[in-house]
Design a protein around this ligand. Structure first.
Ligand SMILES: N[C@@H](CCC(=O)N[C@@H](CS)C(=O)NCC(=O)O)C(=O)O
Length: 277
């Protein structure tokens, strides 16, 4: 593991690390916050998945999670949003495809499939790797994220309910297979057969029988992507006649930015801590 930076914060450690990923066939960078309690005992792990155009750094710099994570004793891991490097295909002028837009899926179509294996990377390779380096209690894992990362968190929780005890999201894309800003990417990554898209779509997963005990979603009403990209009411409708719990908070005046995320970050950390023990 390459140490890119390590800084003391709130008695714990904020680090940025890199490693060679087999799944993505490139070097991947990720951030880990280790709370002071992890010096003495393994602590619960919270995975934060970021949105389009982001790397590990956006939430680390603007998410304001460290004070509360240190207080609650939560390890927070922030992966990148796509494979990186000169060998990795991209659409340079399209921020909704390629680098920074991995959508937390395993691509099956050329030329994307060779590197864009973000589902396997985030659910298998990275957890196996980081748990060897930090004092993590892997029996207590939660997952959350923003926008494309909210989609990632919700689909990963629905597909792995035995693994995660808690899931929440800021402004998630709840039905990416029908949203303007994700359906074109799904077609390129997964091909034209929409049946293959359903495993990466929270609403479709619920319709197909996937279950997770409860979700917590915060959404700003002044978010410019609300109507065409995010549409949390679709998830509300999807879970309506199921036993899936949903706390959906719609906030006047808040937009899609990290000003919104950081405002409600403490609420999300507490939600997870209550369920992770
Ligand atoms: N580049 C897009 C905006 C993309 C965007 O808002 N990305 C969100 C995630 S979907 C984000 O977190 N951006 C990085 C940041 O705010 O630090 C645009 O010009 O409309």
């Amino acid at each position: 593991m390459k140490v890119l930076s390590q800084n003391t914060a709130f008695g714990g450690m904020q680090g940025v690390f890199a490693h060679d990923s087999e799944a993505c066939k490139c070097e991947m960078t990720f951030a880990v916050f280790v709370p002071p309690q992890a010096i003495h005992e393994p602590r619960p792990v919270l995975w934060y998945l970021s949105g389009l155009t982001c790397s590990h750094a956006n939430v680390m710099e603007k998410g304001e999670y460290r004070r509360m994570a240190a207080e609650l004793g939560l390890i927070v891991v922030c992966p990148d949003t796509s494979p990186r490097g000169n060998d990795v295909p991209d659409e340079i002028t399209n921020w909704q495809m390629g680098k920074g837009a991995g959508f937390y899926l395993d691509a099956t179509e050329a030329p994307w499939a060779e590197h864009y294996q973000m589902y396997s990377y985030v659910t298998e390779e990275l957890p196996n790797f980081v748990s060897q380096h930090f004092r993590m209690d892997m029996a207590r894992q939660g997952i959350f994220g923003h926008s494309m990362g909210g989609h990632g968190a919700m689909t990963i929780a629905l597909k792995n309910p035995e693994r995660f005890r808690s899931c929440s999201a800021f402004a998630p894309i709840v039905e990416p297979s029908t949203a303007d800003w994700s359906a074109p990417a799904f077609e390129k990554y997964l091909g034209a057969d929409r049946a293959a898209w359903r495993q990466y779509d929270a609403c479709a997963l619920v319709a197909d029988g996937a279950r997770f005990p409860e979700f917590f979603i915060d959404q700003g009403k002044a978010d410019g992507f609300l109507e065409n990209g995010l549409r949390p009411w679709l998830f509300e409708a999807a879970v309506k006649d199921t036993d899936i719990g949903l706390t959906l908070r719609m906030h006047e005046r808040y937009d899609h930015s990290y000003y919104f995320i950081s405002t409600f970050m403490d609420d999300h950390l507490k939600w997870h801590a209550e369920r992770l023990g």
